[in-house]
Design a protein around this ligand. Sequence first.
Ligand code: HPA
Length: 270
Amino acid sequence: MWEQVQETVSFIQNKINFTPEYGVILGSGLGSFTEEMEIVYTLPYNEIPNFPVSTVQGHKGALVFGTIGDKKVVAMQGRFHFYEGYSMKEVTFPVRVMKYLGMTKLIVSNASGGVNSDYQVGSIVVLKDHINFLPEHPLRGKNDERFGPRFVNMSEPYSRKMIAHASALAVDLGISINLGIYLGLQGPTFETLAEYKMVKILGADCVGMSTVPEVIVARHMDVETFGISVITDMGDAASIDTISHDEVLEAAKGAEPKVRQLIRELVLTY
Ligand code: HPA
């Protein structure tokens, strides 16, 4: 995989002379973030060698290069989910590529279901930790020490410094945030009521189907990581009857301006 990553990095560097400091993975709830960027170059995934091939027709996916103030950013517009059938190596390949393009800080966003009763639809959760309940691990198999160590220290999956900085920014901006724990499940089904209860008992505040693999691989390569989630539905008896993908997207859109603003300021000032 090392050679594949380097080949992809060389391909991109031949197209554009750009060293991004920040990588941003745009999940539901941050899709329009590229509007905060002065876009320099857009590279569709299907033109990038070794990138996973999307089987979904009309699937939007691109690496978007640009600046926010004096900060250089590469954004993933569209991510790869394990439930779509990609291997964990495929799901996380773009994170490795961004690292060798120069990324030292990764910001990951997603939509999730809330199981903390303090939350409501539209709540913004800054991730302080996660629980990995996905059935495959991106680092399983022979370890390549050039990427990072065999046994990765996960004491700080999400940068405490970035969390503190973002928390202070949120106060200044008048944006209410929560600090919470994300549990990653395979999906693609939403959880049953019993499963949402399980998630809560296990100690998490929200549950979703992404993020954990990308964060593990970022930490493998010692990339500083920040995660943010929009609660798009509540996993309780009163709420789960109506959950659908459309509802998730709509709820995520509602919180999007605030998430965008917070991430923009974080990139500018951290
Ligand atoms: N469960 C899993 N993934 C999700 C949810 C949920 O309730 N909401 C948004 N993504």
